[in-house]
Design a protein around this ligand. Structure first.
Ligand code: NAD
Ligand code: SER
Length: 311
């Protein structure tokens, strides 16, 4: 059975991915790590260790002790926090990636590195943004993710490390709070709808972005790592998407369940500028063709499930 190490396991994605990995590969075979203590479910269902993903020696020793075959590297600073603290975003995102790539090279591990729609910027076609295209990110987060994609390709070409990844859109989930991204409105809206019946959105009503329900994001991470590598023409950074949302379309959908729900807008120019630089839709044909990517949730089923769990 595979032995897996997850960095940044206490975050929004890790808190859904770790339980699924433990179901599939066995509780004791999935070591969750983070610089902070995660939720009770992760602490209680298998091993957890406090680990700074930028600490090459500590990550190397941990991987060796647990005889790790596969690293899911989730630790990162996301787009909105990254614009508040750009040098911190560069430091955490690049140092941690360099660390896990070196550990993977030395110890023969495979590596999953999630990239993002933030790698796109002005100059990329907006609808759809192709798989292989001009990429001129405007945020520090996007710059680190694009550099990360290239570095992962380099480690595969030069050293034969089995690096793989996807470009996630905004991920929607309940449970753990989002970590400070531009797409966090699509989660906040559900919490405020249920609690207050009203949401003030920091993006304008017609700002369209790709989104995905978290259970599909978990399937994508596991699907690309389990794919037959002979089928992979691309390797890192597959575009994946499930739906395109604007604050207006999502609020209309929520109103079908909560007719009294209202939304207004108080646009944050920093996050609006980030969102405006990203595509309206990405083309995920390569992921569908090369490893059978197919999301299960659309706007209707995602909204129903979110409200069921939050109500
Ligand atoms: P998050 O902010 O919720 O979680 C990140 C975790 O990393 C946190 O628990 C944090 O404590 C941890 N962390 C930060 N610095 C660390 C360090 N030095 N060492 C160890 N852990 C550290 O983020 P997330 O939403 O779970 O995102 C996970 C990954 O998916 C990230 O790489 C992110 O770029 C990518 N991604 C997320 C989204 C999204 O919408 N959530 C979209 C695209 C890509
Ligand atoms: N959801 C992420 C963000 O907004 C995209 O990577 O930062």
């Amino acid at each position: 059975m595979k032995k897996i190490l997850v960095t940044g396991a206490g975050g929004q994605l890790g808190s859904w991915l770790v339980p699924k990995l433990r179901d599939l590969y066995g509780d004791l075979n999935v070591l969750a790590t983070d610089i902070r203590q995660p939720c009770d479910e992760i602490m209680g269902s298998g091993p957890f260790q406090v680990l700074d993903a930028t600490d090459t020696k500590a990550v190397g020793q941990t991987a060796e002790r647990h005889r790790v075959d596969l690293i899911y590297h989730l630790a990162a600073i996301l787009s909105a926090v990254g614009e508040l603290h750009p040098l911190r975003a560069w430091g955490v995102n690049m140092r941690s990636l360099r660390t896990v790539l070196e550990v993977a090279r030395e110890q023969g591990c495979a590596l999953f590195m999630p990239s993002s729609i933030a790698v796109f910027g002005y100059g990329t076609a907006k609808d759809p943004a192709p798989q292989d295209t001009v990429m001129l990110p405007t945020t520090m987060y996007g710059i680190t993710k694009l550099a990360g994609e290239l570095l992962c390709n380099y480690y595969h070409r030069k050293f034969g490390v089995d690096t793989r990844g996807v470009r996630y859109p905004g991920l929607i989930s309940y449970g753990t709070s989002p970590g400070g991204g531009t797409t966090d409105w699509s989660i906040d809206i559900f919490y405020k709808a249920v609690r207050d019946g009203h949401y003030t959105c920091f993006l304008g009503p017609q700002t369209q972005l790709d989104m995905m329900y978290m259970s599909d994001a978990v399937s994508a991470a596991i699907g690309v790592m389990e794919a037959d590598q002979d089928m992979l023409e691309h390797r890192n950074a597959f575009n994946v998407t499930a739906m395109q949302l604007t604050p207006e379309t999502l609020s209309n959908e929520i109103q079908k369940h909560l007719p009294g729900f209202t939304i207004d807008y108080d646009v944050d120019p920093v996050r609006q500028a980030i969102a405006d630089s990203w595509p309206d839709r990405i083309d995920d044909a390569a992921a569908r063709e090369e490893w059978g990517w197919e999301p299960l949730f659309d706007i209707a089923s995602m909204t129903e499930d979110m409200l069921k769990h939050l109500s």
